[in-house]
Design a protein around this ligand. Structure first.
Ligand code: ADP
Ligand code: ADP
Length: 233
């Protein structure tokens, strides 16, 4: 089991008002699967990803990633654990003033990756995503699809066992979306990386997910394999 959430709640207070972003949510994502989470805006999808990525702590309940109960971690342990969780974003989140190389180098430096192995690692990552010839390009000279490939290379830099995708294809046209989803599938199958993706796009889920959770108002209201979810009216 890669990710286990147990009775997880997350409450925000905004101007004295309580917002229950997640309500006693329980979910198990298996090692090596591609799990898709679909739901309208405000359903709680991003909140769930932030908890898995250790960016936030739950108000109550347990979040366990690869056998480690995250509430038990602090400081350095938390930082090291976070490096094993990659994340890609709708707007790619590349640093515009840095080249493709430097964007990836940045996360390797932060994780104190062996400097002597850095160049080799970056070349390997760019080959994996098919961008070997863009190593010295700046983001502004790349297409959306190429930017997301850099985002994927960066997310994989520290050999994560989980890759979280936050609306990763929502800014891309349908053809580019297809090629990025193909790449994600290949990464899942070849590297054995568990993928969790959140999206509001049904087509994305149909194309790539093994299992789907449907989220509404902080709860998973339906969960099944992709064929069952989309085969009933
Ligand atoms: P989704 O990703 O499905 O669009 P979110 O997880 O972003 O949903 O949001 C779920 C609910 O929690 C929404 O009502 C949202 O306004 C609220 N929310 C999310 N993050 C915060 C925050 N940092 N502060 C206050 N409210 C938040
Ligand atoms: P930190 O909090 O470790 O100082 P940031 O959160 O500011 O770093 O992230 C630095 C850069 O790395 C940003 O461009 C961000 O989008 C990206 N990033 C952050 N977390 C991840 C992750 N888990 N996987 C891939 N890229 C990430």
């Amino acid at each position: 089991m890669a990710i286990v959430l147990e009775d997880v709640s997350k409450t925000y207070e905004v101007k004295g008002r309580r917002i229950e972003a997640l309500k006693k949510l329980s979910l198990t994502i298996e090692d090596g699967e591609i799990f898709g989470l679909i739901g309208f805006s405000g359903a709680g999808k991003s909140t769930l990803l932030r908890l898995i990525n250790l960016l936030e702590a739950p108000s109550s309940g347990k979040v366990n990633v690869n056998g480690t109960e995250l509430g038990s971690l602090s400081g350095d342990d938390l930082r090291i654990r976070r490096q094993k969780i990659g994340m890609i974003f709708q707007q790619f989140n590349l640093i515009e003033s840095k080249t493709v190389y430097q964007n990836i180098e940045f996360v390797l430096k932060a994780s104190r990756y062996d400097r002597k192995k850095t160049r080799g690692r970056i070349e390997e990552l760019l080959d994996l995503v098919g961008l070997g010839d863009k190593v010295d390009s700046y983001p502004k000279n790349l297409s959306g699809g190429q930017k997301q490939r850099v985002g994927i290379a960066r997310a994989l830099a520290n050999h994560p066992d989980v890759l979280l995708c936050d609306e990763a294809t929502s800014a891309l046209d349908p053809d580019t979306t297809k090629t990025i989803l193909k790449l994600l599938k290949r990464i899942n199958r070849e590297l054995g990386i568990t993928i969790v993706l959140i999206t509001h796009e049904m087509e994305v889920i149909k194309e790539i997910a093994d299992r789907v959770g449907v989220m509404t108002e902080g709860e998973i209201v339906e969960m099944d394999d992709v064929y069952s979810i989309f085969s009933h009216p």
